[in-house]
Structures are given as structure tokens and as C-alpha cells.
Design a protein around this ligand. Structure first.
Ligand code: THU
Length: 280
């Protein structure tokens, strides 16, 4: 497109399932035609000469607003949902105005997933707004997701996890945990552990955070902070590692206690041999 801003580019790595290349190419053509027809920009699919099942999906957006509109477009989402049924997509460059390089660390996303569980090529940039009601007087302590993309310098994930921890209901273990998960668009979702008299129904802070985010339509995540009141760091339990891996990929994990940060890890290092949809 002659008038498109060539610097506003998105690139995704697409690993197509064996035997699905023809279906994938047809889908890519439909996607490209739709982008042009709706004025969002242009798309091209480049095949990796060395790896026949690997493609590079390059999109040049007309402008930032077009990219946003494209992500929110139900027709585009329907095509994307079909794409996720036949390919693993890893975002390499996100041209929708991402400010910080860490937001591009979207490698190892959940590998093969059902269409209805992933609905965006670049995923939604969804403004979920403020929660209803006046839950807390202070802005910093308000509950619910917060959209921080426009204020990248202010993202204090550990602080958010510490505040979330205060809401933990750990009546049986007295072990309070807080988590804060950052979605790719900068929205932060917090969680705390909530215990149950049956014990087994207890849910950890990390899963509360990610389920909140998923239920709001977010599908790509960059970092999670986990806070407990312990000298040695509290890493996520096995169940949470599984869930974080499946939906968040190789997240950065920040561990902290109430006063200091106690290390950064990659989920892959904590969870080196994951079970996931590739094995199904
Ligand atoms: N817990 C979490 O919330 N996250 C973790 O990473 C470890 C454990 C909770 C579950 C339970 O309520 C309490 O901590 C003690 O295991």
C-alpha cells in the first residue's frame, strides 16, 4: 500500500502443522485480501527456504489506528482463530506501538490451541476500563485490571503483587501470596491465593491472576511477579507452572518478598520439560 507507514510493521513466525500448508496458504491469501479490502494495510507471507513448514507473516499497517482496528475486527479474528488451529504463531515484531523491547519477548507461546481459546493474531488490545463501584479510595489500590500501556515507566509489577497479596484469604495456611501478571498491551492483572475449607479447592495467586486475564480476553503475557512474605523466594507451584506455560509461554517471572526482589527467572527454566498441546 503506497501510503502505508512502512515502519509500522508486525512480523510473526508461523510454524504450520504438517500436511496443512495448502490450507494455511489459502488462509493467508484470505487474510491478505481482507487487510487490503478493509484498508488496514498489507500482508505478505514469506516461506523459510530451509524449513518448509515455517513462514514469516509480515504486515505493514496503514497506521497505528488501522492496526488496532484490525485486531478488534471480528472477521479478522475469525480468520485468526482458524489459523491457530493449523499453526503455531510466535509474534516477533509488534508494530502497534510497543515501547519496550521486553514486550516483544513473546517466544514460546502456547503451541497449538483450540480456536476459541485464542482469538487474535497479535491478540486483543482491549480496554477493560475501570471496575464498577468505588472499591477503594486510593487509585493505586483499586481492584481490577489496570491498563498501563500508555505509562510504561510506571509499571511496578512487584508493587501490584504486594498489594494484591493483602487480599489473600489464607485462613488455613496463613501463607499469603500475591501475583501480578502483565498482558502484552500493558494491562496488569493481579491475583491472590484464596483458600477453601475443603483445602483442595484452594487456588493460588498466579492462577487467579491468569484466569482473570483470560476471562477478559487477553491471550498474550509478558511477565508475572509473585510475592510472599518469606526470606527465600516463592516460585509458582507445579499446577501454576503448567497453567502459566500453557497460556503465557516463556514468561519472565519476578520473585519478591515484602521488601526486596528475590530474582528473575524464565518459566522455561523453572519448567524445562512441559506437557502442552504439542504432545496431544
Ligand atoms: N500458593 C500460591 O498462591 N502461590 C504459590 O506460588 C505457592 C502457594 C498458596 C496456595 C496456598 O493457599 C498457600 O499458598 C500455601 O500453599
Amino acid at each position: 500500500m503506497a501510503d502505508s507507514d512502512r515502519s509500522r510493521l508486525s512480523v510473526a513466525l508461523v510454524d504450520v502443522a504438517d500436511g496443512r500448508v495448502a490450507a494455511f496458504l489459502a488462509l493467508a491469501r484470505d487474510f491478505e485480501a481482507m487487510l487490503v479490502r478493509k484498508g488496514y494495510g498489507t500482508a505478505e507471507m514469506i516461506r523459510d527456504e530451509a524449513q518448509p513448514l515455517r513462514f514469516y507473516a509480515v504486515r505493514h499497517w496503514t497506521d497505528a489506528a488501522s492496526a488496532q482496528a484490525c485486531h478488534a475486527d471480528a472477521d479478522v479474528q475469525a480468520l485468526t482463530a482458524r489459523l491457530f488451529q493449523i499453526a503455531r504463531v510466535t509474534q516477533v515484531v509488534n508494530g502497534v506501538g510497543r515501547q519496550e523491547p521486553r514486550r516483544l519477548l513473546l517466544d514460546n507461546q502456547r503451541s497449538a490451541v483450540e480456536a476459541d481459546r485464542r482469538t487474535g493474531f497479535d491478540r486483543r488490545v482491549k480496554d477493560v476500563g475501570r471496575p464498577a463501584g468505588n472499591r477503594r479510595a486510593s487509585k493505586d489500590r483499586r481492584l481490577g485490571p489496570r491498563r498501563l500501556r500508555d505509562r510504561p515507566g510506571e509499571v511496578d509489577l512487584v508493587g501490584a503483587a504486594r498489594r494484591a497479596r493483602e487480599n489473600a484469604d489464607a485462613a488455613f495456611s496463613q501463607f499469603k501470596v500475591g501475583a501480578a501478571l502483565e498482558a502484552a498491551d500493558g494491562t496488569v492483572f493481579t491475583g491472590c491465593n484464596i483458600e477453601n475449607a475443603s483445602y483442595g479447592l484452594t487456588i493460588c495467586a498466579e492462577r487467579v491472576a491468569i484466569y482473570k486475564a483470560l476471562s477478559e480476553g487477553h491471550r498474550v503475557f509478558t511477565r508475572v511477579a509473585i510475592v510472599a512474605d518469606t526470606a527465600s523466594p516463592t516460585p509458582p507451584c507445579g499446577a501454576c507452572r503448567q497453567v502459566l506455560w500453557e497460556f503465557g509461554g516463556n514468561l519472565e517471572i519476578q520473585l519478591a518478598n515484602l521488601t526486596e526482589e528475590r530474582g528473575k527467572h524464565r518459566l522455561k527454566d523453572l519448567f524445562p520439560h512441559p506437557f502442552d498441546a504439542r504432545l496431544l
